[in-house]
Each structure stands twice: as C-alpha cells, then as structure tokens.
Write a protein that binds this ligand. Structure first.
Ligand code: ATP
Length: 479
C-alpha cells in the first residue's frame, strides 16, 4: 500500500515491480514482425495434425471465423483461463467474479454506444464485389491496395458496418423482440456494478472479472484464431476513485505484463503500445495495447483502457438507476472511474503457441542428431502435464505403467501411450508441450520400483522411485 502523510491510502495501488522491464513503444511504432522462429502455416498445420484446433463444421466445408478446439486445444484453453483467473481473482482479495448472460436487454447496447458506434469501415471491390475492412487492406509491393480475390484495385467509398450479431427472443421477429449477442463481456460488469458491490461488500477500489463468450461479425476474420467471429474474452473492470485512475492504469499495465512473464512469454515478443488520441475508443480516456510479435505483424493481444466514468454514467442516465458509490472514507458519493484489462482466450492461446514453438536439433539415444519440434509451454499451460510410457507392451510393464498412471491422474492431466518406439513417443509429447514423460521399464518391475523421468526442455533423464514420484512432480509442476 502507498503511504501518505495521513497513513496508508487504500485508494492508490501498491508499489509494483516489473519482472522484466515493461517495453513501452509510441503509437506509431513499426509493426513489422521481422525474423520469426515459426510461421502461421506451421502452427496451423501442427494444430490440425494433432487435433488441437481445426475448422468448425469441417465436414461441411467449415464456417469462416469459427474454430473447434479438440482434446488438447480444449485443455490449453482451460489452462489459459485458469491462469488468468488465478492471478486476476484468486490471488487477490479485491477482485470478484461474475458470469453475466450473453443475451442482455437491447437497451444496454444503446447506452454503451455499441448500436451507434461499434462499427468497422467496409469497402467493396468494384470488380468482384468482395468486401474488406477498409483499415486492414492488403497492399502490393508498390504499396497499392488490392483485392486478394481478383486483383482489382478499385474500391467503393467506405461504409460503416455494425459488428454485432442480431437475433430475436421469442416466436415473433420484429424490432420489439430484437436482441444482440454481446460483443464484449464488459457491459455485464457495468450494469451489475451496484448489485455486485453491495452483495460482495467490496469497497472501491475493487474489480469485477468475467470470462465468457462474445460475438463479433468481423468483416474479414483471418490469421487462424487471431480474429474470429465467436471469441472468448477475459475482462476485468477495476473501479477506482476518480483522480487515482492513472496510477491504477499504470499498475494494471505492469500487473498484466508480469502475468505474461510469469507464464514464460519471451519478453522480446511483447511490448506495450500507447494509443494515439485519434485511435481511442469513444469511451476511453487512455488506452494501451499489449502487443505480441505474431509471425504476420506486431498486433494487439490485450487492451488496457482507462474508461473514466463513461459506462457507469451512460447506464445511470439510460436506466434512471443510481450507480454512484458512497465512499465511507471520503464521506462522499461519486461515479467510480474504471480501468479495464481485456483480452481474448483464443488470441492469447495463439500467442502462447507461437511463443512456445521451436524446431531444434536434438541428440538421439543412438548418438545421432534428429530434428525435433517442441512446444516449450509453461507447465501451467501445457495440455498434458505428464505422459506415462511403458517401454514396451510387455505383460509385466503394462499393468505397472497403468498403476503409475492411476497414481498421477487425480493430480495432473496424464496421458498413457504405449504405441511406437520410445523415441517416437517422446517426440509426440514434445510436440504438444508435455513437460514430463515417465517411462516404466523392466528394472521398474523386476528391481527398483523406480521410473525414468524425462524433462521436455533439457531432455535430461532421472531415475525416481515410484513412491517419491508424486512429490517429485509436485515440486516441478504445482504453482
Ligand atoms: P481489434 O482491434 O483486434 O479488432 P479490439 O481493439 O476491437 O481488437 P477489444 O474490444 O479491445 O478489441 O477486445 C479486447 C480483446 O479481445 C482484444 O485485445 C483481443 O484479445 C480480443 N478480441 C477482440 N476481438 C477479437 C476477435 N475478433 N477474435 C479474437 N479475439 C478478439
């Protein structure tokens, strides 16, 4: 807590150190990605081949902007969510959780400004009528905008297109039954602010966090799961005393930076870019984008906005309800200001996949060198934490390996694999980022009741007694 002349001031953030220096860049920083360890094609191919992520309704040709997460992908998403919730909610006593509904009163979106202003500029190719987002056009070597479908260079004037998906509640379909699929989770936190504050007995400053699906009818979904139409967001609205908002904005920038660093993201692939004044959203006092160096360009991974009191003020005016907060320390009522870190689960999973990907030379047991693909995912994110591998499908080894699997499964996501050579099985696990492989061999059953534990990154192998195995893994895997 910050100490002032009058003692500890709870309204200001505690001093916070960045794990590695937060790299701030100006609004007009170059977005070229430069040399990368991998390409988007490589990541997409790996995800498809291993059933991590693949097109939705693929047997019917897929649906643009919609993706399915297979067993490993679903586990990766769970882990991304869990890591965010742990640091944003569980480890703090000043943030509470909310799950608000996806369908909300249409008046919410009128008040928030989305009906009027949640739009992107769209242009149409004059030759083939394909539509594109005017601010994300492809350019050729001469810097001219062109249509990737037909090569045309003539486009219509930009027209604003609302990104909200529209649907109807009940059996009649007219303007009185029209509702929207939420394009962000944030509005749930604003409209429920008073209720949550009262019932959770939180005092400002405090936050309300939520993880949930949002929908955006993106004009050009692209770059795999970077820009999708059905997305999941992790958002937190942190309500603060006006005047302390800038200090809290800085605090959340550092806090979020530290989250990525703790999860092993390479600092050279992350930066914080200030928004230019003409780039700011209608609600924003100041915004930064946390940008990741994706193979296609430096692009937004997370937005951290100082929303002022815009949202609470709008909802108070439109609903006629009291949304101000009585601050007992100041003996004063005010509309809190809001600092909002907001990111997408899908985009975040993509950044971690890209960051973790390595193709490298590795020595084999036979003393040769072999190329291996490895996802150096932080163990908290790895879909499988430990693989249990009997050296062969021998009658003695299989039950022993099953027993070891049974010992580990209640605590960690465990995969049993007895198909193929041990080297091939190691490679299969490396490729999906499994931190540890446990091999059960003849010595295990005939002699020492110990197993060989192989570390994904160093490939070092260690003999560990089965009795000691849970403690050994807990030391390395548990948070
Ligand atoms: P962009 O400029 O890329 O369209 P935005 O500034 O509109 O994004 P926000 O409204 O700030 O995005 O949403 C917060 C976060 O939600 C983004 O930083 C991103 O991680 C995620 N997100 C937003 N739109 C999409 C999308 N279409 N697909 C995947 N993730 C998304």
């Amino acid at each position: 807590m910050t100490s002032t002349a009058s003692g500890t001031d709870r309204s200001l953030p505690e001093a916070l150190e960045a794990i590695s220096p937060v790299r701030r860049v100006p609004a007009d920083a170059d977005t070229t990605a430069g040399e990368h360890d991998t390409t988007m094609e490589t990541i997409v191919e790996l995800c498809k081949r291993r059933g991590i992520i693949f097109p939705s309704s693929e047997i019917y040709g897929g649906l643009r902007g919609a993706w399915d997460y297979g067993p490993l992908g679903a586990a990766l998403r769970d882990n991304v969510r869990a890591a965010w919730k742990r640091h944003t909610i569980q480890l703090r006593d000043d943030v509470v959780q909310l799950e608000s509904s996806i369908l909300m009163s249409p008046r919410v979106w009128e008040a928030s400004g989305h009906v009027e202003g949640f739009t992107d500029p769209v242009v149409e190719c004059r030759s083939c009528n394909a539509r594109y987002r005017a601010d994300q056009m492809d350019t050729n070597a001469a810097g001219e905008e062109y249509c990737p479908k037909c090569g045309g260079k003539e486009f219509s004037e930009p027209r604003e297109f609302n990104l909200m998906f529209r649907t109807f509640v009940g059996p009649t379909q007219d303007t009185s039954t029209q509702v929207w699929l939420r394009p962000e989770t944030a509005q749930g936190m604003f409209v429920d602010f008073a209720h949550v504050q009262l019932t959770s007995r939180q005092k400002v400053p405090f936050g309300i966090a939520q993880v949930g699906k949002s929908f955006r009818n993106e004009v050009t979904p692209r770059n795999f799961i970077f820009r999708v139409r059905e997305l999941e967001q992790m958002e937190m609205e942190f309500f603060v005393r006006p005047g302390t908002d800038e200090a809290w904005h800085d605090y959340w920038i550092t806090t979020r930076w530290n989250w990525y660093m703790r999860l092993g993201m390479r600092p050279e692939n992350l930066r914080v870019r200030d928004h230019a004044t003409d780039e700011l959203s209608h609600y924003s006092k100041a915004t930064v984008d946390v940008e990741y160096r994706f193979p296609f360009a430096w692009s937004e991974l997370e937005g951290i906005a100082n929303r002022g009191d815009f949202d609470l003020r709008q909802h108070a005016e439109h609903s006629g309800k009291q949304l101000s907060y009585f601050d007992p320390d100041l003996d004063e009522r005010y509309l809190p200001y809001v600092v909002e870190p907001a990111l997408g689960v899908d985009r975040c999973a993509l950044a971690f996949l890209v960051d973790a990907y390595r193709a490298e030379d590795a020595p084999t047991a036979a003393g040769k060198v072999e190329r291996r693909t490895v996802l150096r995912l932080h163990h908290a994110l790895a879909p499988v934490k430990v693989a249990v591998l009997p050296l062969s499908r021998n009658d003695k080894l299989v039950p022993a390996a099953r027993e070891v699997g049974g010992l580990l499964r209640p605590r960690w996501a465990t995969q049993y694999d007895d198909a193929g050579s041990i080297g091939k099985r190691y490679r299969r696990q490396d490729e999906v980022g499994t931190p540890f492989c446990v091999t059960v061999d003849f010595q295990t059953v005939e002699d020492d009741r110990a197993v060989t534990v192989r570390d994904r990154d160093s490939m070092a192998q260690e003999r560990v007694g089965i009795d000691r195995l849970p403690a050994y893994l807990a030391e390395r895997l548990d948070l």
